[in-house]
Design a protein around this ligand. Structure first.
Ligand SMILES: [Zn+2]
Ligand SMILES: [Zn+2]
Length: 256
């Protein structure tokens, strides 16, 4: 039982880390920079940890920029204001994401500019071969280590990990929580202390300051675990946080 729970928790946070770090803060928002080689390494790591539900950084990045530009309007790819249920919203999100990734949808140039792309790798990582390989690997882990029947209830979550992570924020953080900033959209800080979503919960802060690497830090309890990782990766020179000086000055001012 212990092994399955560890496997579940590890998959949850690792898959989420690559979503928020690589797809969200890097591909969509360019909150930091990295070399082309490092970028390729993160493509591969995202594939490993998101596994059967690998999301294309290109598709995610472009769609997410549209979300910020059109937040809670009819053109928003996902908004609880326009979709009656979380399931309908997830389905619509999936449809738009696929159309963007497969280049079947025309999108404005501003949403594409600077979004990392590696079509050959994306093609492989999104293929059925890859999805079935990872899916079979998850089943194999459960076959080996699931000692009680109810543990099997967790298995479907592994197959839908990335869409679940997306939906938690896109639905709940646009419906419930508190606001630090009055913005024109419905974004809220969903959890005051984000132990579940690696900083993504501070969604109202994020809608206010889209390109900031740190989603937390506005109130004392808003600790953003992904930002801590970003600072470490910046210190060891794997990535470079953008506009660091300006942001440091701003946060000093805010604290004062
Ligand atoms: Zn949002
Ligand atoms: Zn964003």
């Amino acid at each position: 039982m212990k092994i399955i729970l560890i496997f579940f928790v590890a998959h949850w946070y690792l898959s989420l880390f690559f979503q928020t770090f690589f797809l969200h803060r890097y591909a969509a928002h360019r909150a930091f920079t990295m070399s082309k080689f490092t970028e390729k390494v993160f493509f591969v790591l995202t594939w490993i940890f998101q596994g059967s539900n690998y999301l294309s950084p290109y598709g995610y990045g472009v769609m997410h920029r549209m979300h910020h530009a059109f937040a809670d309007t009819e053109d928003d790819p996902h908004s609880p204001k326009y979709d009656e249920s979380i399931w309908k919203m997830m389905w619509k999100t999936k449809t738009i994401y696929s159309a963007i990734t497969n280049k079947e949808m025309k999108v404005e140039q501003r949403f594409i500019k600077g979004v990392p792309e590696w079509p050959a790798f994306d093609g492989f990582a999104r293929s059925w071969v890859s999805r079935v390989f990872w899916g079979a690997a998850y089943v194999a882990v459960y076959l080996q280590f699931a000692t009680t029947w109810w543990l099997w209830l967790l298995l479907p979550v592994h197959f839908l990990m990335s869409p679940i992570h997306g939906a938690i924020i896109n639905w709940f953080a646009h419906k419930y929580g508190y606001r630090n900033y009055e913005v024109t959209d419905t974004s809220k800080n969903f959890l005051p202390f984000d132990f579940l979503m690696m900083g993504e919960s501070y969604h109202n802060n994020h809608h206010k300051h889209g390109s900031r690497a740190n989603f937390g830090g506005v109130r004392w309890h808003e600790i953003d675990p992904t930002y801590i990782a970003i600072v470490v990766l910046d210190k060891i020179k794997v990535i470079q946080i953008r506009g660091k000086k300006v942001k440091e000055m701003a946060s000093v001012k805010q604290a004062a």
